[in-house]
Design a protein around this ligand. Structure first.
Ligand code: HEM
Length: 214
């Protein structure tokens, strides 16, 4: 047990319910499938990704439906977590000391609740991007909406859709990298719990609330 993590051998702390984890993994899988099918439709050099979806026509037909799954699934995550992602004063301090955080010197920084500023930025970033992706995707969905959408509206939607998709993929990469980089984080979404040491080190205010619960 190190001085930094005095609760390393404490019992695990519950972080996510099974339904929250299923909700998260449906979101994760649909975003990966959307990225692959979307990139396949975006540029001829990436057309080979259509093999994963049974060919070009099937990719074109499936992509918007997977988008609907992502939108509904993310809405579930949104309502589960939005109150925990409100920006607090300690988040600004945390952001200003990002260098110290990356160098594993979080001691001395304000104690954090369930999420840190980076996680909150990922949350709000994906919330806005998925909303724009969904709306612009509807505009581009010729099968159902071609009759009510003008060419100019489609042009604008195509640019917004591509730009937001690139941003969402970049944020997804940061999210996965952070989940792997901060040791002990992945099990929160696989097993539903974290070690007491992890909670004490990274989210002490949340840890104090959890251990205070009956
Ligand atoms: C496929 C790769 C993914 C992995 C490995 C992954 C991993 C994780 C892990 C480990 C956590 C728990 C972090 C913690 O409790 O401290 C988490 C939380 C979360 N993830 Fe993911 N995730 C992935 C994809 C996604 C995608 C695609 C989205 C949304 C577009 C997403 C949205 C979230 C949200 C909203 C949370 C809760 C954090 C918050 O509300 O700020 N994840 N993820």
């Amino acid at each position: 047990m190190s001085a930094e993590t005095p609760h390393a051998e404490a019992p695990p702390v519950n972080r996510y319910t099974t339904t929250a984890r299923i909700n998260h993994w449906i979101t994760a899988v649909s975003l990966v499938l959307l990225a692959l099918s979307g990139l396949a439709l975006f540029h001829p050099s990436l057309f080979f990704f259509t093999y994963l979806f049974g060919g070009g026509q099937l990719t074109r037909a499936l992509h918007p439906w997977i988008g609907v799954v992502l939108a509904v699934s993310f809405l579930g995550l949104f309502f589960r977590f939005f109150t925990l992602n409100f920006w607090k004063r300690e988040d600004t301090v945390w952001m200003k000391n990002l260098g110290a955080v990356i160098n594993n010197k979080e001691e001395g920084l304000p104690e954090l609740g369930k999420y840190n500023a980076g996680q909150k930025l990922v949350f709000w970033g994906q919330s806005i991007l998925i909303l724009v992706l969904f709306c612009s995707g509807i505009v581009l969905w010729d099968t159902y909406f071609a009759d009510v959408i003008s060419i100019d509206q489609k042009r604008l939607a195509a640019v917004a859709h591509a730009l937001c998709a690139i941003a969402a993929i970049l944020i997804w990469i940061v999210h996965v990298y952070a989940a792997i980089w901060v040791k002990g984080t992945l099990r929160a979404m696989t097993r539903g719990s974290v070690t007491g040491g992890w909670a004490w080190k990274h989210h002490r205010k949340w840890f104090r609330q959890e251990v205070g619960k009956p």
